[in-house]
Design a protein around this ligand. Sequence first.
Ligand SMILES: Cc1ncc(COP(=O)(O)O)c(C=O)c1O
Length: 399
Amino acid sequence: MISSVLPTYSRAPLSFVKGEGSWLIEADGRRFLDLGSGIAVNALGHANPALVEVLTEQAQNLWHVSNLYQIPQQQALADLLVDQTFADTVFFTNSGTEALELVIKMARKYWYDRAPEGETPRHKILSFEGSFHGRSTAAIAAAGSEKMTKGFGPLMPGFETLPWGDSAALAAALDDSVAAVIVEPIQGEGGIRPLPEAELKALRAACDKTGALLVLDEVQCGMGRTGRLFAHEWAGIIPDIMMVAKGIGGGFPLGAVLATAEAASGMGVGTHGSTYGGNPLGCAVGLKVTQIISDPAFLDEVNRKAGLLRQKLEGLVAAHPEAFEEVRGSGLMLGIKCRAPNTELVLAARDAGLLLVPAADNVLRLLPALTISDDEIAEAVTRLEAAATAQTAAPKAAG
Ligand SMILES: Cc1ncc(COP(=O)(O)O)c(C=O)c1O
């Protein structure tokens, strides 16, 4: 017998009835400190009053009209994103995966329009091992991992996955047949693996040499998570195209593709669309989220709190070498590489009232709300320490 919900997830036996800032609350009143934020989605915490207000107001007036008409909330959010970033133009989606789909079309159309008469246009997309760009057929082909692709072949052609951090492999693969290179400045699902700034700069330069478009997937690392509005700003480079989702909606499904006018030049009327993408509800919320996060004073606070959390985590790792190996990541997108199994630590943390997200490479992900308080940071680290102590004590007691 199959469950009425398609059983593609292994769900924790928790069910929440309320969220308040960094906290999730069960029906019996039990409170959990949420350092997963719905996997980097609730960037401004649960039920943020400013977002509740704009969503409620919008809901009372207009939910949906379709992209057959002007949508002022969509226009305002696009204008703000263009003002705050490298981009000249924005298309709104409902998720990161949908953003990836447009990215591929945009890059291929760009080269189709430039192909000399009679020649096959460039269409190859390079990506990196350990990356995650979604679960559509194109997205799993782009990430290339067996875990996601097994049983779903034939895979969409035109993708090549390169080893992470291997500049020689990149140099060999990045030739005149490549349409675009897609990379997460910090791999999220892959285990909080940052691409060093120098490598991101080198990648930009390598793309410039052949004309390949540089696509950044900032679905997880963007929207203030690293202490800048977008993670690539730390490296001082600009992409041609960028995928955004998760945090931009603060919990309301919203994604976006940001592009330069040049990269987007092939995408005229009729080349792409979405029934819900850019709807008034999502864009009203996204506008408020982006206004709050792009405020330099807000980002300064993210950086200050990130420093505090990191310092405490470094101390914890040093004190518990039996459980933890190292802290990695940037801003409030941190990972702890574990010695003990990360999934067991997630369970022990849950018992201590702390929610974390596992990632590849035996990493625990910490993706708190950007609004987390200093006291909540201290409380989270105390609970994580309790979890580490309990988890590492358990097998000894059993043995
Ligand atoms: C870096 C990255 N890209 C793309 C996606 C896919 O986004 P969505 O789940 O909204 O389709 C994710 C989701 O985890 C992600 O982390």
